[in-house]
Design a protein around this ligand. Sequence first.
Ligand code: AMP
Length: 405
Amino acid sequence: MALRTLDSLGSLDGRRVLLRADLNVPLHDGRIGDDGRIRATVPTVRWLTERGATVVVCSHLSRPAGSPDPRFSLAPVAERLEELLGAPVAFAADTAGPAASAMIDALEPATVGMIENLRFEPGEASKDAAEREDFARRLASHADVLVSDGFGVVHRKQASVYELARILPSAAGLLVAAEVEILHRLTTGPSRPYAVVLGGSKVSDKLGVIENLLPRVDTLIIGGGMMFTFLAAQGHPVGASLLETSQIDAVRRNIDEARRRGVRLLLPTDAVVAETFSADAAHTVAGVDDLERTPFGASGMGLDIGPDSAAAFADAIRSSSTVFWNGPMGVFEMPAFAGGTRAVAEAMTEVSGLSVIGGGDSAAAVRSLGFRDDQFGHISTGGGASLEFLEGAALPGLEVLGWQP
Ligand code: AMP
């Protein structure tokens, strides 16, 4: 069955729509960092209000422990949405309590309100289905219809993503529909060669992805902190670099499987090794055989791929027809260790076919290095969700909207 889209909802004039968005933006002391996820929600909000709907936006922000925590209030996000829309956004200081009811009752037709962080309620992310169901019923009382547009959470069985979509008439918003359309192209006959580039810190997060992608890709490129577990699996001493010893055997199996399937596995041949984990640390470039033979000895830590690896990765990316990239190549937050991520981003802008950046964090990395969104084919707002989609996993938040992989 196909994804139910906005047109399936019929006339929305005068109706109340609960819009489940993913507004989980980086916050530093209450100030918003990259606002890409808020921008990505604007077209759906406009689409709905232009058709006469009253829109109640809801989202999670970060991971509060199921109770109110002012550090994770959505209030600054409501303000930013107001600026981007150029129209008022009313805000309620709870999700399904008296403040939310009063705010929603006071909304004029075709205007916008936002309720507080869904994860301030234990029912949102509870493991207990009955608790989630209960919270979803309380949320359902806010509206006639649910529009599900938080792509970053569609892989989660959470109250506002899954149970709520079974209680209210529901459909995917413009963002979720666009994400599914692009990612579906990657899973059904991508134009080849097809390369996937994976980085980020933890290999344990990505092993399942790698295993599931091996039958689908021509080239797999590995950088970031996770590369050191691969290098260790090949027998290279990695000093004080990030290393998940418990994953070495599993990584070795992945390497063997790549060879068996004829997948080109590109690992770094050099790295930028630093004396300490800090922006102004002394650092040098070393080949992967010599990571412990720098002036920093066995306490040196690899914080980026080296220039030779960056050039080889960039070549492989440029010569692919379809490329999906998730996770930075190094500690891009520190300029001395951003070179690998920058080189990969640059190469992504030169892909002649479809280039997709997966994940709000990867997108934020690329934007912080000065790249523009329109330099890439598509920037997905969901890292985990896009990876699971590419693996062919069943995503509860999409299945409940009628999508079958
Ligand atoms: P993840 O949360 O798994 O997507 O990883 C993103 C984080 O990985 C970023 O904050 C990077 O700074 C970090 N990272 C990337 N490469 C390395 C590395 N070589 N050593 C330590 N951290 C890294």
